[in-house]
Design a protein around this ligand. Sequence first.
Ligand SMILES: *[C@@H]1O[C@H](CO)[C@@H](O)[C@H](O)[C@H]1NC(C)=O
Ligand SMILES: *[C@@H]1O[C@H](CO)[C@@H](O)[C@H](O)[C@H]1NC(C)=O
Ligand SMILES: *[C@@H]1O[C@H](CO)[C@@H](O)[C@H](O)[C@H]1NC(C)=O
Length: 256
Amino acid sequence: MGTILFHLLHVMYIIQDRIVGGYAPAPNSIKYIVSLQTTKGQHFCGGSLVHKYWVLTAAHCNIGTDEMMIVAGDYSLSMFEGTEQYSKPHRLIPHPLYNKTTNNADIMLIKMRVPMVMGSYVSLAPLPRQGTGVMAGRVCRVSGWGYTSLGEGQIPSTLRTVKLPIVSSARCNSSESFNGNITSNMICAGYNAGGKDACKGDSGGPLVCEGRVYGVVSWGNGCGDAKFPGVYTAVSKFRRWVDRTIYSSYTRCLKY
Ligand SMILES: *[C@@H]1O[C@H](CO)[C@@H](O)[C@H](O)[C@H]1NC(C)=O
Ligand SMILES: *[C@@H]1O[C@H](CO)[C@@H](O)[C@H](O)[C@H]1NC(C)=O
Ligand SMILES: *[C@@H]1O[C@H](CO)[C@@H](O)[C@H](O)[C@H]1NC(C)=O
């Protein structure tokens, strides 16, 4: 299997790359993105706010409830901007089919202890309907706070974003690329020439197509490699699970 973008045992490495070939979006223009941080304030994954109490991220970002802090309304991680909102997780719900060997079903919901307040800096991410696809060639946008690779001098820790076209599963799964490791729960995005990609530390963050979060940054093989596009969890395959999980937490009070 290709290298996973975030590995618990390599917390110090994940922080070394960032969105490859991207640019800084206008501050607070992507209002549903959240930074998942350790309780010491170290960013390690991204996520999307899908409900005032819930964040959607990757299952491989599961470091345990006690270790995690969720930050919404952020732009620069190194500065306090006054727009940030913080919450601790109440419960982490990785998808029951998540397989860390194959990266299949790499998706997780986080229920927060305190709800985020919607406003000028924080909003909810629209999700695709169950089973809806996104065509190869369609240009989407992935965002995250992965850090600079060399870490020399000042780390400009503002949010980055990059536009990428969807790559067909057939091509992504071919012997020229991931060679049979792409499941129907994954989508791929990247340019033929490489050079633009999500990277370590961007895991769990949103791949947005037509205004909806179609993908969650999951895994890859290097970053920006022409042969290997980025691989994302296909959110439309899990829309029903997301809705059911959130809904059942309110109807069956004892469950979560
Ligand atoms: C994960 O997938 C591998 C390869 O298909 C399989 O052998 C393994 O049993 C799976 N693990 C779990 C926990 O389902
Ligand atoms: C596909 O998965 C197999 C088994 O996990 C691994 O040995 C191989 O390197 C992977 N290939 C690619 C291109 O990811
Ligand atoms: C990728 O190839 C493997 C091996 O041929 C296959 O089992 C799997 O279903 C393929 N994935 C997709 C999305 O077609």
